[in-house]
Design a binder for this molecule. Structure first.
Ligand SMILES: CC(C)(COP(=O)(O)OP(=O)(O)OC[C@H]1O[C@@H](n2cnc3c(N)ncnc32)[C@H](O)[C@@H]1OP(=O)(O)O)[C@@H](O)C(=O)NCCC(=O)NCCS
Length: 155
């Protein structure tokens, strides 16, 4: 914790690691395989236009959760947070050949356990994975309207 006047800036805690059989989840920045992540996001509907440099910047500015099969990165999610009130979960993706075996659920549960995230309001938006998130306790907020400015709508 660094003191800056009356502000306390929480520095990111040391990376955490979780292990299940041959799979590992790590929140260590250095472990993110930018090429593998760029390749996964290039196939997504929301980040297909993001450049490799932009992917690298988003990683540098987020708490990242990388999923590995052995040494190979096969999943990812990142969190933007003020570390006090809100944690926004973004870019959640499991490589298509590893979907449907509980890895996405496990990755989300590791995010929930992270000490800088667990006590915060966790929010996200999705076009079609709402039932995946509902199984993890997320609810649609009927009284809250999601609003965006300068948001490129892609089909
Ligand atoms: C959505 C995604 C992350 C789920 O990961 P996954 O590893 O395949 O999911 P899991 O195997 O852990 O599934 C957990 C549960 O959610 C369900 N589920 C998985 N993907 C789902 C989806 N797209 N929509 C609805 N339910 C889904 C599963 O059937 C499973 O249900 P069960 O617990 O009753 O058996 C993955 O399919 C993916 O990367 N999709 C493409 C990218 C994407 O849409 N990301 C979300 C952006 S907001």
């Amino acid at each position: 914790m660094a003191r800056l006047g009356i502000l306390c800036i929480q520095e990111e805690s040391a990376g955490m690691n979780w292990q299940k059989k041959n799979f590992t989840i790590s929140s260590e920045h250095e472990r993110v395989d930018i090429d593998a992540l760029y390749d996964m996001l290039r196939r997504s509907h929301w980040a297909k236009d993001r450049t490799r440099e932009e992917v690298e910047q988003t990683v540098a500015n987020s708490i990242c959760f990388s999923l590995f099969d052995g040494e190979e990165q096969i999943g990812f999610a990142r969190v933007l947070t003020d570390r006090v009130a809100y944690a926004v979960i973004l870019d959640m993706i499991i490589r298509d050949d590893f979907r449907g075996q509980g890895l996405g659920k496990w990755l989300m549960r590791c995010i929930f356990e992270h000490p800088e995230i667990s006590a915060l309001r966790q929010v996200l938006w999705t076009t079609d994975a709402d039932n995946f998130y509902k199984k993890l306790g997320f609810q649609e907020m009927s009284k809250i309207k999601f609003m965006a400015r300068s948001w490129k709508i892609s089909a």
